[in-house]
Design a binder for this molecule. Structure first.
Ligand code: HEM
Length: 474
């Protein structure tokens, strides 16, 4: 199917609505009466259902899950319309209601004037220049992980990569956002984040989710997790106040932040919502990205060898610093390619706010839109041999020939991930610190299954034994 410009944009709303109603529906599975494809999604798992639907029906697939009508969107040209010029028609809306229970009205879920104000206020804390201030903390966290891997390597003791990376990413957030080491709180906070994310993923799939006031085991677990996160953040806000001047953490600066246009700061509730949002949006995303990167390196010795050569040349055995990042070209490409094959945010939803059109197909008002980087990143037209792990695809020359929206691990347009520079810096420094010292010998030769929930995480533990390596002068 070819993607084209919309035909409804310039007409009056009434004329646009009439024109949209005369269009045909996008192809897709008809499913069962009332249930639609709910049983297939349940039986196959949502990712497999979408992979098959895409294979059968093409780059725009209409489907129903119970009363919800949805459209799976894969073509870069369609994604460009949704995230760019037609974005007023494609809002976050009720597709983010469940996440809103967890993160309140933070950046991830808010819209309109509130979102605009918060983004304006928070953006300066996430520029490349601003996040540079956290580079030493990021490397220090990775160096501590390396120290524990030294012991594991000396005793040939296995590690589980995903839990190691979850701890690393949580530690980075603790030190950079809050100026604390989680230490004994790491486990409950990590579990609370996990419980919250599981709750959101499961509730999103329910045809009739129970109201939150019903004391079901799921609701109670969720409310407990949310209380724990809120209490932790409130404690930190109070402590930073008491510390006068506080730790050099983002929280200290956020408390003083003022909207450049109105001079107003954030209320306590707004600050809590944004901080919970950063923890939710920035923890598992970064951890999973590193997990898949190590998994791919363990299965692709030629790529790993080239990575080691770059690390040896640039770092000569010392820890990486901020000023090394521009020279770690291949290291960055390895991460970019891992995020192509395993985009942490493998799908993200929008709600269609008015009748729309994509490539001559009708997108009815109220329809849920699912942009799916997992499938877009595997389109053979833009990614030859899509299943191969080839970091060279991200050389400047190759990247120039691809449409902008063929690659979107951090989304695109207005709602592009605010933490993109923060996490790329974290991922590069962590990978450089760990990969220059260790090769992770994977215990299983089978690729790990994927668990496509809120993020694309491994569906089973990935065990590996760290093997110490020495740097070689080039
Ligand atoms: C590998 C790591 C990460 C990935 C793959 C990632 C991915 C994404 C994606 C795809 C979106 C857009 C969702 C949408 O358009 O509906 C997003 C938004 C967001 N991310 Fe990230 N993210 C990562 C790390 C982080 C970090 C470290 C933080 C903060 C510390 C963060 C904070 C946010 C926030 C606040 C938004 C909402 C932005 C807005 O709508 O204005 N993310 N992220």
């Amino acid at each position: 199917m070819s993607a084209s410009a919309p035909i409804l944009g310039s007409a009056s709303p009434a004329a646009s609505a009439r024109a949209a109603r005369s269009l045909k529906r996008a192809p897709g599975p008809s499913g069962y009466p009332l249930l639609g494809s709910a049983l297939d999604v349940d039986r196959q798992g949502i990712l497999t259902f979408f992979i098959r639907a895409h294979r059968q029906y093409g780059d725009l697939v209409r489907f129903n899950v119970g009363p919800i009508a949805g459209h799976l969107v894969v073509a870069p040209a369609h994604i460009e319309q949704i995230l760019g010029p037609r974005r007023e028609s494609y809002v976050k809306g009720r597709s983010w209601d469940t996440m809103r229970l967890l993160t309140g009205n933070g950046l991830l879920t808010s819209e309109g004037a509130h979102w605009q104000r918060q983004r304006r206020l928070l953006q300066p804390f996430f520029t490349t220049k601003a996040v540079a201030a956290y580079s030493q903390e990021m490397t220090a966290v990775a160096a501590e992980v390396a120290t524990s891997w030294e012991v594991a390597a000396a005793h040939a003791r296995p590690i589980e990569i995903h839990s190691e990376m979850m701890n690393l990413a949580l530690d980075v957030l603790g030190r950079t956002l809050f100026g604390v080491r989680f230490s004994d709180q790491a486990q409950p906070i990590g579990e609370a984040v996990y419980t919250g994310m599981q709750f959101v993923a499961q509730r999103t799939r329910m045809l009739l989710p129970p109201p939150l006031w019903l004391p079901t085991p799921g609701n109670r677990r969720f409310l407990h997790a949310k209380r724990l996160l809120t209490r932790f953040i409130l404690d930190r806000i109070c402590n930073v106040r008491a510390e006068k001047g506080g730790a050099p953490a983002m929280l200290t600066a956020l408390r003083e932040a003022r909207d450049p246009e109105t001079g107003a700061g954030m209320s306590e509730q707004e600050l809590i919502d944004e901080l919970i949002t950063f923890v939710i949006a920035g923890h598992e995303t970064s951890a999973v990205a590193l997990t898949w990167t190590f998994n791919l390196l363990g299965r692709n010795p030629a790529v790993e060898e080239r990575l080691h050569a770059e690390l040896d040349t640039v770092l000569s055995g010392r820890l990486p610093t901020l000023s090394d990042i521009p020279a770690l070209v291949y290291t960055r490409q390895v991460i970019e390619e891992a995020l192509r094959l395993y985009p942490t945010a493998w799908i993200f939803p929008r709600t269609c706010a008015q009748d729309e059109e994509l490539s001559g197909y009708r997108i009815p008002r109220g329809s849920m839109i699912l942009v799916c980087p997992y499938l877009t990143h595997r389109l053979p037209s833009h990614w030859p041999e899509p299943e191969r792990f080839l970091p060279e695809r991200f050389s400047a020359e190759s990247a120039r020939t691809r449409p902008r929206h063929a690659y979107l691990p951090f989304s695109a347009g207005l709602h592009t991930c605010i933490g993109q520079h923060f996490s790329m810096q974290e991922l590069i420094l962590s990978l450089a610190t760990l990969a220059q010292r260790f090769h992770l010998q994977l215990h299983s030769s089978d690729p790990p299954p994927m668990d496509a929930e809120s993020t694309l995480r491994p569906g089973a533990p990935i065990f590996a034994t760290p093997k110490r390596r020495r740097w070689h002068a080039s």
